[in-house]
Design a protein around this ligand. Structure first.
Ligand code: AMP
Length: 455
């Protein structure tokens, strides 16, 4: 789970990238970084924390150059350390190479072993580092051959924004798991995980980087290669359900509309005669709207979100009951008192926050609490870039829906069926990876960790 961004050529490349990362903050809150290149040398600044914590006027001013690559990180492999923060930078055979990666490689351990045998020294525990080493170990000298060669060694999910001296490069794995869009702002080309980043900087969306495509952006030209064309693709369906921002278009379709359709589909399968429909803000908001409109039930905000919680807050010494839950979402008693409530959430992972929400709504006076989930039960971990816990911790992998209903304390619980979810999607069914719902992995999971994760 990461956000990636790139721009070239632009006089304020670092500043625009900072804004782009701001728009992509939801894709990763652990670290942020920007690298620029001014034709002579690179300038890199990265640190742990939110984009607004990591950058200020001064360090952005020091990032000189018309080419910039940015990254926000939410780790799926590797720990939360500064070393693992991206973009990664290496100088190899006189070339300056930087990498911003969104996704997860499934053959990273094998590639790392092979590269180490050839003398590569790894500095991080992130799978993305192998990409830098592969480029620098390429038997091909020319970047137009070296980069396709390096990418041809990779298996897994990768949307990439790369810097190779003064060339900005975008690439997507042949199955296209994660999104990556190309835009234009004046004379500058822009790359971003999601189109919401283009809206903020006033760039125009041109097209998606295609699965298997590599795009080379130079000051005065743009070239594309597509060495691998697969008949199928594996777009991550969870990007539509939870991960991307609703104001974005990914895989060429708007996320807000897709989420509303999921809510409408849920209404068809779970038509509760309730007094009010409410979302878990913000994750369930669009689906709850679709659900309420389909059934003609009043849509209310039964819980209000506090938007000012930083990453850490000072906990009271004396343990206050449900403090963590309450500080984020507070119930509106007058909305909930004596009501039969349907609460809509996008997904249940471990079940612990859903349980706390139901309890809060009951304590605020709701008469009945019914819960609708706008996707099927999550039963299998993701190996392609979404941060889910191990199978053991995924509540639906071990328990029936009835058991989960009792655990979260709802009067009824309904997950949207897989069929209902796929029919609600704006693209044909066979375009999606649904492995988290059905365990059908389009690429074999990495052997070493999958035993532990899938047990
Ligand atoms: P829980 O009831 O504890 O399983 O929490 C469910 C909440 O986690 C929902 O609000 C989801 O939107 C959210 N969620 C879904 N997937 C993830 C993820 N990979 N990482 C963090 N939160 C997630």
């Amino acid at each position: 789970m990461c956000g990636i961004f790139g721009i070239y050529p632009h006089k304020e490349a670092a500043k625009i990238t900072y804004l782009g990362l701001y728009a992509l903050q939801h894709r990763g809150e652990e670290s942020a970084g920007i690298i620029t290149y001014n034709g002579k040398k690179p300038h890199l600044h990265k640190a742990l924390g939110l984009v607004s914590d990591v950058f200020d006027e001064k360090n952005i001013k020091d990032l000189k150059g018309e080419l910039a690559v940015g990254h926000t990180r939410y780790s799926t492999t590797g720990s939360t350390t500064l070393k693992n923060a991206q973009p990664f930078y290496v100088k190899s055979k006189g070339s300056h190479i930087a990498i911003a990666h969104n996704g997860n490689l499934v053959n990273a351990s094998r590639l790392q072993r092979e590269l180490e045998d050839k003398g590569a020294l790894f500095q991080t525990t992130s799978d993305s580092e192998v990409i830098a080493h592969l480029i620098s170990h390429s038997p091909k000298k020319d970047y137009q051959e070296a980069i396709p060669w390096a990418l041809s060694q990779l298996e897994g999910a990768y949307s990439l924004v790369l810097m190779f001296n003064n060339i900005l490069i975008a690439a997507r794995d042949p199955l296209g798991f994660r999104p990556l869009c190309l835009g234009k702002s004046g004379a500058s080309y822009v790359l971003a995980s999601e189109t919401c980043a283009f809206d903020l900087i006033g760039a125009e969306y041109i097209r998606d980087i295609l699965p298997g495509e590599i795009v080379f952006i130079q000051k005065d030209r743009i070239d594309s290669q597509r060495p691998v064309i697969k008949k199928t693709c594996s777009f991550c369906i969870f990007e539509y359900i939870y991960f991307s921002r609703p104001d974005s278009s990914i895989f060429q379709q708007n996320v807000y509309s897709a989420r509303k359709k999921l809510g409408e589909a849920l209404a068809g399968e779970f038509p509760v005669k309730a007094d009010i429909v409410m979302p878990v803000p913000d994750s369930g908001t669009c689906a709850a709207l679709g659900y309420a409109q389909a059934l003609g039930i009043p849509y209310e905000m039964g819980m209000i979100r506090n938007h000012y919680i930083g990453r850490t807050f000072i906990q009271p010494h004396q343990a206050m009951r449900d403090f963590r839950v309450k500080i984020k979402l507070n119930p509106v008693k007058t909305v909930l008192e004596n009501k039969k409530v349907v609460i809509i959430e996008d997904s249940i992972v471990r079940g612990t926050t859903s349980r706390a929400r139901v309890k809060t709504i009951r304590e605020a006076g709701a008469k009945e609490v019914h819960m609708g989930i706008s996707c099927p039960p999550l039963v299998s971990p993701c190996f392609y870039g979404i941060d889910f816990p191990t199978k053991k911790e995924l509540i639906a992998a071990r328990h029936s829906v009835d058991w989960i209903r009792d655990f979260i304390g709802a009067d009824s619980l309904k997950y949207l069926s897989k069929e209902g979810m796929l029919n609600a999607m704006p693209l044909p069914k066979d375009k999606f990876c649904c492995a988290c719902f059905d365990g059908q992995y389009p690429l074999e999971p990495p052997k070493k960790i999958s035993k532990y994760i899938l047990e």
